[in-house]
Ligand binder design. Structure first.
Ligand code: FPP
Ligand code: MG
Length: 326
């Protein structure tokens, strides 16, 4: 399986250009603001969304600089959403660094998220007065907020159905990943049907990505992940691995599962019990299989797009989001 580095080697110059745009467009003349903002903007991450904008643009025949600006814009929306997500989830580590609210408190974190949104608006306005990207990204941001609100509202609700979970992940994660592909593809000169194929690809890899994200929360450690492992479990956030386990286990296990998911239960006891059930019911394999189904559907969505090295990279990315371990 190719590594992410291998897959994106064909667009390394573009990604360097995106990094410069990110730094230049988020700089503040106030040194503390600048320090807090750069702590998250330069805080690493896979840059999956910028990668998708650029590959989708190139696979659609567009090679200009607009893709760099749009790639930076979607990354900033993503970073802003993570800053706010870490406040909601009371997370202490993100991308291997202390979260903003751990370092400087909730107020700074909320305001840095807002600041990044303000920068996103200015960057879009600087592009074109009537920019269709404005519409797509306003709608996307709204859906992300809705997805997070529904997930927070459903926190601790054991009866959450698989369909509800899928809706939540398609909103909070799928929409921005799909928008990254749509925006890139729109830069090319494709027919609407082909642009829709990129959107569908993005929606499917978005679902696969979040499905694997929720699995990794249980099976990898904090150092590898660069964020708190078992975070969802601790917060009572029900994600697919638990929703599925609850569906397939017996009545007694179900009762015990609900007991150990109570935040008052000792954490290592909860982790041990959940691991026992995961092994018994092959939960990891099942989650990976569903994620791979999404990845396969993503690849199938691009079947009518002309061959190119960028298209090949997009197909490899679909498998990468499932095979990744961080
Ligand atoms: C990570 O989920 C969070 C998201 C994918 C979306 C966050 C969206 C918001 C906070 C709504 C506000 C949106 C904007 C644009 C400000 P997770 O907690 O499951 O993943 P994690 O393990 O990486 O924290
Ligand atoms: Mg989180």
């Amino acid at each position: 399986m190719s590594t992410l580095e291998d897959i994106v080697s064909i667009i390394s110059d573009d990604l360097i250009a995106v990094e410069s745009i990110l730094t230049e467009n988020t700089a503040s003349e106030y040194s503390f603001v600048d320090m807090a903002v750069q702590h998250v903007v330069e805080g690493g991450g896979k840059r999956l969304r910028p990668i998708l904008v650029i590959l989708s643009a190139k696979a659609s025949g567009y090679n200009g600089k607009d893709a760099h600006l749009l790639a930076a814009v979607v990354e900033l929306i993503h970073v802003a959403s993570l800053v706010h997500d870490d406040v909601l989830d009371e997370a202490t580590i993100r991308r291997g660094r202390e979260t903003l609210q751990t370092k400087w408190g909730n107020k700074v974190a909320v305001l840095v998220g807002d600041y990044l949104h303000a920068r996103v608006l200015s960057m879009l306005v600087s592009r074109h007065a009537e920019d269709p990207a404005m519409d797509i990204l306003a709608d996307t941001t709204q859906s992300m907020c809705e997805g997070e609100v529904i997930h927070a509202y459903k926190s601790g609700d054991f009866d959450i159905a698989e369909e509800e979970y899928l809706k939540i992940i398609s909103f909070k994660t799928g929409k921005l990943i799909a928008a990254s592909c749509t925006l890139g593809a729109q830069l090319g000169s494709l027919k609407k049907q082909s642009v829709d194929a990129f959107t569908s690809y993005g929606n499917h890899i978005g679902a696969a990505f979040q499905m694997v994200d929720d699995l990794l929360d249980f099976v990898e450690d904090t150092e590898k992940l660069g964020k708190n492992a078992f975070g969802d479990l601790r917060e009572g956030k029900l994600t697919f691995p638990i929703i599925y386990t609850r569906k397939v286990c017996n009545e007694e296990e179900k009762k015990n599962l609900e007991k150990v998911l109570d935040p008052k239960t000792d954490e290592s006891e909860a982790i041990d019990f959940v691991n026992t059930l995961f092994n018994k019911y092959d939960v990891q394999d099942h989650c990976l299989k569903i994620a791979q189904d999404y990845a396969n559907n993503a690849k199938a969505a691009l079947s009518s797009i002309p061959e190119s090295i960028e298209l090949k990279a997009l197909l490899q990315l679909a498998d990468y989001v499932v095979s990744r371990d961080s």
